[in-house]
Ligand binder design. Structure first.
Ligand SMILES: Cc1cc2nc3c(=O)[nH]c(=O)nc-3n(C[C@H](O)[C@H](O)[C@H](O)COP(=O)(O)OP(=O)(O)OC[C@H]3O[C@@H](n4cnc5c(N)ncnc54)[C@H](O)[C@@H]3O)c2cc1C
Length: 316
């Protein structure tokens, strides 16, 4: 087991206190929620914060409320609690299924929805020990001059592996962010930059405080490709949420940002095939995850069709 390097630990009691603590550290701090993504990154020296600011003690980030036509979910709500909230299964089946498919229940009880959305992107050439990466030579994202997977490429092909962000995007979710400049709410789908070095459009020190989901009953499904059903990250993940004939489809697990597609008539097999073919063509998996790029590319279309079919089935 790799040993953690030393860092200072601070526990914030409010969002305002966390923002102030971050500012005092002049860019050398990281926020901590469940720690299931951050702590392995620190162990691998992929990030070496001077200070870790624990958000778990902030009560205002822990509630789930219905307000003004939205379900508001605090960023510190665990995946397990969100999955087991009766509203999730009843109104948002795609989200219920994505939460249920996230790793295993032990991790769901520790990991938070905020941390899940803001988890780092992953690559077989990146998520390795410092010794391994030093021997291999640093890639673009670690300050090197090119990608280690696609030789000569000056862009990053790491995968964004949140199971739940695609489901939330299919539900048109928004997120509230609080920083030293104040508060703003943006569409979750607009949080992604497509830049491997800085994958999220967040200002330094901004805290994701809540996720807002329109309180509209949907039909939905989430399909996930992984090697071990017991724990693995998605190698492709497809979420579909439908209200009436209209559906929103979101593909994750391939590349730096989830891709969204609108389906005007989810019951029209030809229209579904067209979107499935487009999503498969748009996806650009490379050899940076288990399973071959060709197989993952094909499975984008297969899972999309499967998810739409299941979403529309009675009883879902
Ligand atoms: C073995 C294993 C299997 C996994 N499998 C899956 C999987 O199948 N699917 C999946 O989606 N994920 C998976 N994960 C990734 C991750 O553990 C989960 O996504 C988890 O929900 C992350 O939440 P956390 O609270 O532990 O985040 P943390 O590790 O605490 O934080 C993650 C990141 O978000 C930042 N952060 C956290 N909260 C906030 C906030 N409120 N505002 C601003 N920044 C914040 C942190 O600084 C950090 O950069 C897996 C992890 C492990 C170790």
């Amino acid at each position: 087991m790799m040993v953690l390097p030393k860092f200072e630990y601070k526990k914030a009691r409010s969002v305002a206190e966390a923002v102030t603590l971050y500012k005092q550290q002049k860019g050398k701090a990281r926020y901590l929620a469940g720690g299931t993504d951050l702590i392995p990154l620190i162990k691998h020296r992929l990030t070496t914060p001077r200070t870790v600011i624990d958000l778990k003690g902030i009560g205002e980030l822990k509630s789930i409320d219905r307000r003004d036509g939205w379900l508001t979910v605090g960023a510190n709500v665990t995946l397990f609690d969100l999955k087991n909230d009766p509203v999730t299964g009843k109104y948002f089946p795609a989200l219920y299924e994505s939460l249920d498919a996230t790793s295993c229940e032990t991790l769901q009880m520790r990991g938070t929805i905020g941390g899940n959305i803001l988890q780092d992107t992953r690559c077989l050439e990146y998520n390795q020990s410092l010794e391994w990466r030093t021997a291999r030579g640093f890639c673009l994202r670690m300050g090197g001059s090119e990608c280690n997977v696609v030789k000569g490429a000056r862009t990053c092909f790491a995968n964004y592996c949140s199971d739940n962000a695609p489901a939330l995007i299919s539900l048109s979710a928004e997120v509230t962010l609080v920083g030293s400049e104040g508060e703003r709410t943006v569409k979750l789908g607009n949080l992604f930059t497509g830049d491997g070095v800085k994958p999220f459009a967040l200002e330094a020190g901004e805290i994701l405080t809540q996720i807002l989901i329109p309180m509209k009953k949907t039909k939905g499904a989430y399909e996930k490709l992984r090697v071990r059903d017991s724990i693995d990250y998605p190698l492709v993940g497809v979420a579909v949420s439908a209200a009436g004939a209209k559906a929103k489809v979101c593909v994750g697990g391939v590349g730096l940002a989830p891709q969204v597609y609108d389906l005007k008539n989810a019951g029209d097999a030809a229209a579904v095939k067209e979107v499935a073919d487009k999503a498969s063509t748009d996806s650009r998996p490379v050899a940076n995850a288990t399973l071959t790029p060709a197989y993952r590319k094909k499975m984008v279309g297969v899972l999309l069709k499967r998810a739409v079919k299941r979403a529309l089935a009675e009883g879902k």
